[in-house]
Write a protein that binds this ligand. Structure first.
Ligand code: GLY
Ligand code: MN
Ligand code: MN
Length: 434
């Protein structure tokens, strides 16, 4: 759990970064409709959640550094008995201020009358533009109102993208955030173990998906993205989510499925042999990916550049592919020409946190960013040989393998948050035959 004091610290730090003459405005995610009257499951905007922990749509946070009567102001929906009978309980402005530790909370219906006055005297306004049409329109409305209703007061002249400051903060996870990510990782690991019970030859991919979802929901988590359950050549489609194929004995089964706990994500991939035994070719390729992943994980440590993991994985994969004669010539030549990308077309990892592909710059001053304690990355090399790849002998075609873990960088070494899910060849085979 993230304590109210931690949310308050985040707001204070953001205001310190923005400066006394600034204001910051962040909106909640809107409720999105699936069709007609049916809504998608609600997921709060990650930035809004990071600063408030407030779980409802139709809310706006204004941060006003130095405001005498309190710096954090929340606008939210009013209580409404009739709507609450339909849609469930609302927090309401009366409870929001005390429950969420903000100085003031007002009905969001009144925001056009209240907020513009609060922005007067501030020279810079930090917010997100171009994300939500409704928010952009609201922002312009507030500025028009401010200009027309006030005589000569200072109106914000500078609009600054909020992400530069806020996403820098989000990149460094606190121990409470890492604890939630550890839990999200454990649930996702348990989900794959449970899913293997359903992964028998002849089963449908969606039966395996159902077991994943069952475990996640049974622990109060939700998927952090639509799971990939890809049997046989489907594993060569990197973001496969159709999950309607059948598992054949001797197929590989690639499962990429993360869980989300209190908005914090995990992201794990394992590749399993359906029936319990890798074929000679599957085993050889799996060994290359496993070695590449291990080499990459060893590069995830404080003081190492973000790119080191990808460089290590790439070297191992190029060597492995050349040794297996899947690439002609030397590994050095394959690395130089980029030929290995035919089989390893993606990067080795990304930041992970509130978003699966989390925020934060990967380069600073045009140099790869150095890893620091609190950063969390995925390590996920893969090899995919398309089913119609005529450059390799048929026995290799249609194999897709990825192994993915989440690694938290610490001051005294890194922690593989997803280590509970086995990946060594013998363990993987044993789990699949069990
Ligand atoms: N599951 C999405 C990814 O691995 O990046
Ligand atoms: Mn990933
Ligand atoms: Mn993944």
């Amino acid at each position: 759990m993230i304590a109210p004091s931690e949310f308050a610290r985040r707001r204070a730090e953001l205001m310190r970064m923005a400066g006394e003459d600034a204001a910051l405005v962040v909106a909640a995610a809107p409720q999105r409709m699936r069709n007609a009257d049916a809504a998608w499951p609600y997921r709060q905007d990650s930035d809004f959640h990071y600063l408030t922990g407030f779980p409802e749509p139709d809310a706006v946070l204004a941060l006003l550094p130095g405001r005498a009567s309190g710096e954090a102001v929340l606008f939210c929906r009013e209580r409404d008995a009739a709507r609450e009978r339909l849609e469930g309980a609302r927090i309401g402005p009366e409870n929001a201020a005390t429950q969420f530790g903000v100085a003031d909370a007002f009905p969001v219906e009144d925001i056009d009358d209240i907020l513009p006055g609060m922005l007067e005297g501030r020279t810079r306004l930090y917010c997100h533009f171009g994300r939500e049409n409704e928010f952009d329109a609201q922002l312009l409305r507030w500025m028009r109102r401010l200009r027309s209703s006030r005589g000569g007061g200072v109106v914000p002249r500078e609009f600054v993208a909020l992400g530069h400051l806020l996403h820098e903060l989000r990149l460094y996870k606190s121990s409470a955030e890492i604890a939630l990510m550890r839990r999200a990782a454990k649930i996702a690991a348990d989900a794959q173990r449970e899913a293997l019970r359903a992964a028998r030859p002849g089963a449908a991919e969606y039966e395996v998906e159902a077991a994943l979802l069952h475990t996640m929901r049974a622990h109060g988590a939700v998927p952090s993205y639509p799971p990939t359950v890809a049997a046989g050549p489907n594993a060569c489609v990197m973001h496969y989510t159709r999950n309607r194929g059948k598992l054949g004995r001797g197929d590989l089964l690639l499962i990429d499925a993360g869980a989300e706990v209190e908005c914090y994500a995990s992201d794990i991939t394992r590749t399993w042999p359906v029936g319990g035994t890798f074929s000679r070719e599957q085993r050889a390729l799996y060994g290359v990916v496993a070695d590449a992943q291990q080499a990459a994980i060893e590069e995830v440590r404080a003081g190492s550049p973000f790119t080191a993991a990808h460089d290590a994985a790439t070297r191992m994969i190029a060597h492995g592919l050349c040794a297996l004669k899947l690439l002609p010539g030397s590994a050095r030549a394959a690395l130089k020409s980029g030929d290995y990308k035919r089989f390893f077309p993606h990067k080795t990892g990304h930041w992970i946190g509130l978003d699966v592909h989390d925020v934060g710059d990967y380069r600073v001053d045009d140099e790869p960013r150095m890893l620091e304690p609190g950063m969390v990355v995925t390590v996920e090399p893969g090899i995919y040989i398309a089913p119609d790849d005529a450059t390799v002998p048929p026995k290799w075609r249609g194999l897709g393998i990825r192994i993915e873990d989440d690694v938290a960088v610490g001051a005294r070494g890194s922690e593989v948050l997803t280590a509970a899910l086995p990946k060594a060849i013998e363990d993987v085979q044993a789990l699949c035959s069990g």
